[in-house]
Structure formats: C-alpha cells, structure tokens
Design a protein around this ligand. Structure first.
Ligand code: SF4
Ligand code: SF4
Length: 474
C-alpha cells in the first residue's frame, strides 16, 4: 500500500538522503527567550559537571564513580560495594522516576539537562557559529572548494573541538579515578601513567567523534532513552508540539501575503516559512507531529514565536502542550493525573534521600570460617572460629573497636594480642576471632548469635553470625 503523502516523512529520517548518505544538518542559530533560559541552565550545569570531581564535601570528592576500585561518592557520601543494595534500589527508583517523568513531561530532560545536548548545542555548535557563521554561511562554506578560507576555518574549528574533547575526557577521567589522582598524574607527567594516558586518548577520540561528526545521530539512533519515547509518551504527555488545528485551519498552511485575510480564506496561522525546520538540530519538521527525533530543544518554539510576532499573530503556534490539549483546544493545565505523577515523584525522591542519609556509617560482617566445625574445650566450652570484615565509611578513624556477644553468655577472642583495634577512615579491617560459649547456653547444633561492635563502650553496629554446637538428641 502506498504511504499517504502527509505520512511520507515516516519512511526515512531527515538526516539520511535518498541515496542513503548522511544529510548534514546546518541548523540556524537559535535565538529567543527559551534559548536564553537554556543557555543559563546549561552554563550552570556545565560548571557543576566540571567542578564536581574537584570539589570536596566532608573531605570526600563530591561525585566519583570509580568503577575499577568499586568506590563511589554521591553528593559527598562515600558508597562501598557493601552498599550495593542501596545502589540497586536507587537505580530502580531512578528508572521509575524517569518513566513517570517522561510520561508526564515528555523529553524535557533531553532539551534542558542531557549532557549530549548541552555540549553539542551550547559548546560545540556555538564555536561553529563563531568560526563559520550562521546556517547560510555554513552551507556556502561546505559547498565551496578547499581554498585558504575554508582550510583555515575548518582547521581552526577541528583543532578547538579536539582541545575541548580532551578537556571533557580529563573531567570524565576525574569522575572515574578521582580528581586528586588526576591532578597527581598531571604533575607526575603523562609518561609515568601510560595506561591512563591511553584511556585519555581513547576518551578524547570518542568525544571528538561524537561532537564533531556523529552529533544528532546519538539522539536519533543511539540513545536508549530516545527509543523509549515511543512507549512512554501518550497524547496527554507535555511535549514540544505544533498546534495543527491553529496552523492548518480548514484549508491548510499558506505563504504570508500582506493585506490578505487568511481567516476568511480558511488558512491557518502557519505561513510555511520553514524557519522551524531550519533551526531544528535534528533536521525534522515538527509540523509532521510528534517524532522520536525531537529532543525538545525548544529552538522551533522560539523561532516560530519570532515569526508570529513579525506578522502580528499570537505566539505559541509551536509550544509546550499535549496532543490532547491541541485536539480539544484547551490550554495546558495540571491535571489530576499530572498531580498524581508529581506526588509519586516527590515521594520517590524523599525515599531515595532518606535512604542515602540513613545509611550505616560502619558495616560489619562476621562469618564462620568455611569448612571448620566446632571445637570442644575444657569445662564444656564450645568454640567456633570466624572471620570479620569491618568497613569504616566515615571520614574519621574509629578507635578502640571491640566485639561483645549480645545474645548469649560467652567470650570473643581476637586472633591478635590486642583486645581492640582501629579502623582508619574509609578503610576496611579484616581479621579472625574465636567465640567461646558454654554448651549449656546453646540450643542444638545451629545457633544464631547477635554480636555488638563497640567503639570503647559505644555500640556502633550489630551483626549476626551462625554458631555450630554439638547436635542435641533430646
Ligand atoms: S516557523 Fe511557524 S510559521 Fe514558520 S513554518 Fe514553522 S510553524 Fe509555520
Ligand atoms: S522539533 Fe523543535 S524542539 Fe524538536 S528537536 Fe527540532 S527544534 Fe528542537
């Protein structure tokens, strides 16, 4: 069956031409109030991104994701592999949050917060405008032969792109290995840490490839979140949308002519100027309806508002709204459904924050040495051997650590001459201990002990361990 004419745009993507080759997008430089707000949000987020691996809170790096050594800091809180359950729950909450947020507010994240959009549109694209000029000049430059002007501009642009990619790669590395360590490596000189240097060169290459060449293709074909839009959005989701009722009216869009009564002729407010298409960084025509390629960057809103102002029509032909609002010609309202979603999002954020703040500062594990049975000693004493593992997640040393049995009468003997020890800040202490209990205290061969971990006389953590005894035949 032949595709209807107005649905043809669904047969191909705007960035691939008829021969299957990449159709390079030369978006017009956006301007307008939303672009201004986006610029400030972007600069704030860029400052946050570049500063976070070098800023310290309570002596901890503000954000760190050291996957290799399995050490993570989130907002200055150190996380250990032992906190993995918290990590999994945070991830689950994060996924639910993203799903609900997208159902309610569409792809706002992509346009305002996503690092790909911010770097592409607010850093690399702005350098491109600065060196090569706006859309028209860029198109002319790409078509002209390789003369001195073209070589100079292209070389300068690619060189700056490479330098910025290198900077981003350094920051990325600071998140992975830690800001202090990165600075130390720079001081030591690149050849002292060859493997890190190779990683840095690879990261630089990847960022350069993405921002100099791959660009909008990340959002169109590579980003998993982008692909999710098809299942998350519905006609009540708030998105960047073209008001086709107003734009097309009864007899469709039409070029603008002075002194023509468009309303009487049945034409809509869209004057088919194509400025919303020219400004789009993913090369799509928003007038075709909601499309996966749209990253909700709002550039077409600003551009169309500008056109509407020039022809004395109300702004908002393209705006943040839902398809439902457009069909019913109603304005955007916080519906009970949206209120419900917002309530769930607030609760989830509260749960996550609570979990992060209520997390234990010390983690204790006492496990029976595998393969060891109990030992019978004089005076009906039964002894088991255990290993202990203490993680100090705080920024201070914990001194005078000792163990006490809380559930049974008995004694705990550390396999060292000292009765107590210190766990340094953000360190792990491991060792072996014996627990001795009189057989009369035990109930059969399997007993669960409750063990208290003390710093001096202060109970700082409790844990449980299984204790083996002689089998009871009563
Ligand atoms: S910018 Fe506005 S008026 Fe111009 S084509 Fe796009 S929707 Fe129509
Ligand atoms: S359609 Fe509009 S909001 Fe969507 S990506 Fe293009 S310019 Fe941005």
């Amino acid at each position: 069956m032949e595709t209807p004419k107005n649905e043809k745009f669904r047969d191909s993507i705007a960035t691939i031409d008829d021969k299957g080759k990449r159709a390079w997008v030369f978006p017009k430089k956006p301007k307008g109030s939303l672009y201004k707000y986006r610029k400030w949000v972007s600069y704030g987020l860029l400052a946050f991104l570049f500063a976070s691996p070098f800023v310290k809170l309570n002596g901890n790096q503000f954000l760190m994701f050291n996957v290799l050594e399995r050490r993570f800091n989130i907002f200055g809180f150190p996380f250990w592999p032992q906190d993995f359950h918290l990590f999994v729950i945070s991830m689950l909450i994060g996924v639910i949050f993203i799903a609900l947020f997208t159902v309610a507010f569409g792809r706002i994240f992509c346009g305002w917060i996503c690092p790909q959009t911010i770097f592409m549109e607010m850093v690399f694209r702005r350098i491109e405008y600065w060196i090569e000029g706006d859309r028209g000049k860029q198109i002319r430059l790409s078509k002209q032969p390789w003369n001195t002007e073209k070589i100079r501009k292209k070389t300068l642009k690619q060189f700056i792109f490479l330098v910025i990619s290198f900077l981003i790669a350094n920051v990325f590395l600071a998140y992975l290995i830690g800001g202090d360590r990165l600075i130390q490596y720079v001081v030591d000189g690149p050849t002292s840490h060859l493997s890190t240097l190779i990683s840095l060169i690879i990261f630089t290459g990847v960022f350069y490839f993405v921002f100099a060449w791959f660009r909008e293709q990340v959002c169109i074909i590579a980003c998993p979140y982008g692909r999710l839009q098809g299942v998350l959005l519905d006609n009540k989701s708030v998105i960047v949308a073209y008001d086709h009722k107003r734009g097309e009216a009864d007899n469709g869009r039409k070029k603008f002519r002075k002194n023509e009564d468009r309303q009487a002729l049945g034409h809509g407010d869209c004057i088919d100027c194509f400025q919303c298409v020219n400004v789009c960084p993913t090369g799509i025509d928003i007038r075709n309806g909601t499309q996966l390629e749209c990253v909700n960057c709002t550039a077409c809103i600003d551009e169309c508002d500008h056109i509407m102002e020039n022809i004395n029509l109300p702004k908002g032909l393209i705006r943040y709204t839902s398809e439902d609002n457009i069909e019913k010609k109603t304005s955007f309202k916080i519906t009970p459904r949206l209120k419900g979603y917002i309530a769930v999002l607030v609760i989830l954020t509260g749960v996550l924050s609570g979990m992060l703040f209520l997390r234990n500062d010390i983690e204790a594990n006492v496990l029976r040495l595998p393969g060891q049975l109990y030992e019978r000693k004089d005076n009906n004493i039964i002894s088991n051997v255990f290993t202990y593992n203490l993680v100090n997640k705080t920024n201070g040393d914990i001194a005078n650590i000792n163990f006490k049995l809380l559930s049974h009468k008995g004694i705990i003997k550390l396999v060292s001459t000292k009765a107590s020890f210190i766990v340094s800040k953000q360190d792990i202490a491991k060792g072996t201990l014996f627990i001795e209990i009189n057989n009369s205290e035990l109930s059969g061969d399997r007993n669960t002990l409750k063990i208290g971990v003390y710093s001096g006389e202060n109970l700082i953590e409790t844990t449980r361990a299984n204790f083996l005894g002689p089998r009871s035949y009563n």
